[in-house]
Design a protein around this ligand. Structure first.
Ligand code: NAD
Length: 472
């Protein structure tokens, strides 16, 4: 496997410490990577700051070409990156290959974009133009569920917009991201991209540093709040993509056999560890038993195994803390009187839990109200559409949601009333680089993807010019 060193100021360097990376399917250390100290984090920020003036003046075509070249490198190393992702994150190899392909695709999309200027006044006396300039040093901090993809969601727009960046992966999934650093080393000038790993200790330093202009963060709402606080002294620009507790509302007129597998996929992709996964399913009373039966059958049939093995549908939870948290939530559902099918731990090493379907889960119970971020899906029965809208909107989160119906206009009318940044109709988690992704309520602040997402990596600057008087 490629050596996993830090990328600081254009050089691959050893860490001041070393970090063991555990394969969640075996609980064994599969590699040891470089771990940065605070002084190495300081070096990374200093390098990004020093590289900023020249990079921000580099023509946009060259910046786009650099992002395209990174996409090429991801494509050319797809197999090793995917295998590393499966080993450190746990997802089935087919999903890891998908993550690598998406990473490449998102980078390519960003490489085709440019921040747009516009003229808002142009008359005899005045010309006013709104331009977009880069911000400076960006810090990108990501979660462990899609390590490579989330890093690329920050890398691509930051570079195209003319910023320099320091990226920090999650401590349990640093390997593929550090490999990306090795691929980037010779593509961009020294200091433009820096990638450092930590043991969950450098976040406050990076997000409070006075030379950092913006933090782009993907992770939990709890950490998002801390980042707002540490960025407050220097009023940093923030994009916070946080947790969710997405609803799927299933109306009485769906075809159960067609709908159940789609909801199952939306809930159990990546072992349920997806910010926008369907996390609570409200099913109309008249089809509740049929839907619960289909979902339970799909859960029973899903192959739970090491993601490296062919045929695996659901891999392990990514880390021990999450494994314990999800087990505890499943137990709480049992204790609160719901009927849980599946949900047992596998009797073998690895953080494996059989996918669980929770019937007759009650609004107000932990399994419904909390983000589970794992392979367990509560089904809540409803009869009245007004009630279900109220229940859907009772969450402090508002990342996504979906409405399922045989009648599109009926579903759209409900979608309109769900408080979330994205509401799908008859699908869930379909996203793309051209589609803005914004969290409502406590699911986040700001936007990723699309023109609006790129603009978050820029400062709006107004150039307001008085024209000389016309000659008499
Ligand atoms: P987390 O918040 O614990 O960690 C995320 C990252 O923040 C890690 O790199 C961690 O080292 C770092 N960090 C920890 N403390 C910090 C601090 N004080 N300051 C700065 N950085 C700090 O989240 P997690 O458990 O790794 O990820 C799971 C959560 O992420 C879930 O809630 C999930 O919904 C959310 N998520 C959201 C999105 C989205 O786009 N909205 C995508 C993926 C995951």
């Amino acid at each position: 496997m490629t050596d996993c060193k830090l990328l600081i100021n254009g050089a691959l360097v050893d860490g001041d410490a070393a970090l063991d990376v555990v394969n969640p399917a075996s609980e064994e250390v599969f590699t040891t990577v470089a771990q940065a100290s605070e002084s190495q984090a300081a070096q990374a920020i200093a390098a990004a700051k020093a590289a900023f003036p020249a990079w921000s003046r580099t023509p946009i075509e060259e910046r786009q070409a650099a992002v395209n070249a990174i996409a090429d490198a991801v494509r050319d190393n797809a197999d090793e990156l995917a295998r590393t992702l499966t080993a450190e994150q746990g997802k089935p190899l087919v999903e890891a290959r998908g993550e690598v392909a998406w990473s490449e695709g998102y980078l390519r999309h960003y490489a085709s974009m440019a921040p747009e200027s516009r003229v808002v006044q142009d008359d005899e006396t005045t010309r006013v133009e709104v331009r977009r300039t880069p911000l400076g040093v960006v810090v990108g901090i990501v979660a462990w569920n899609f390590p490579l993809l989330l890093a690329c969601w920050k890398l691509g727009p930051a570079l195209v917009a003319g910023n320099t960046i320091v990226i920090k992966p999650a401590p349990t999934t640093p390997a593929a991201t550090l490999m990306l650093g090795a691929l980037i080393k010779d593509i961009v000038p020294a200091g433009v991209v820096n990638i450092i790993a930590d043991d969950n200790d450098l976040g406050p330093y990076l997000t409070g540093h006075p030379d950092v202009a913006k933090v782009s963060f993907t992770g939990s709402a709890e950490t998002g709040r801390k980042i707002m606080k540490s960025g407050a002294d220097t009023l940093k620009r923030l994009t916070l993509e946080l947790g969710g507790n997405d609803v799927a509302i299933v109306l009485d007129d769906v075809n159960v056999a067609e709908t159940a597998p789609k909801i199952f996929d939306a809930a159990f992709l990546n072992c349920g560890q997806v910010c926008m996964a369907a996390k609570r399913v409200y099913v109309h009373d008249t089809i509740y038993e049929d839907m619960a039966g289909e979902l339970t059958r799909l859960a029973d049939e899903a192959v739970v195994d090491d993601g490296a093995n062919q045929g695996t549908r659901i891999g392990p939870l990514q880390n021990r803390a999450q494994y314990e948290k999800v087990s505890d939530l499943i137990q709480s559902a049992r204790d609160e009187g719901a009927t849980v099918s599946g949900g047992d731990r596998l009797d073998r090493p690895g953080y494996f839990i059989k996918p669980a379907i929770v019937r007759d889960a009650a609004q107000g119970s932990r399994i419904v109200d909390e983000e589970q971020f794992g392979p367990v899906l509560p089904l809540i029965r409803f009869e009245n559409e007004e009630d279900v809208i109220l229940q859907a909107n009772a969450s402090p989160y508002g990342l996504g949601g979906s409405v399922w119906s045989g009648d599109q206009s009926r579903a759209e009318a409900i979608a309109e009333r769900i408080d979330a940044g994205t509401v799908w109709v008859n699908q869930h988690i379909t996203i793309g680089p051209h589609i803005p992704m914004a969290g409502a309520k406590q699911s986040g602040i700001g936007i990723e993807q699309s023109k609006e997402g790129l603009e978050e990596f820029t400062q709006m600057k107004v150039i307001n010019i008085a024209k000389p008087p016309a000659a008499a």
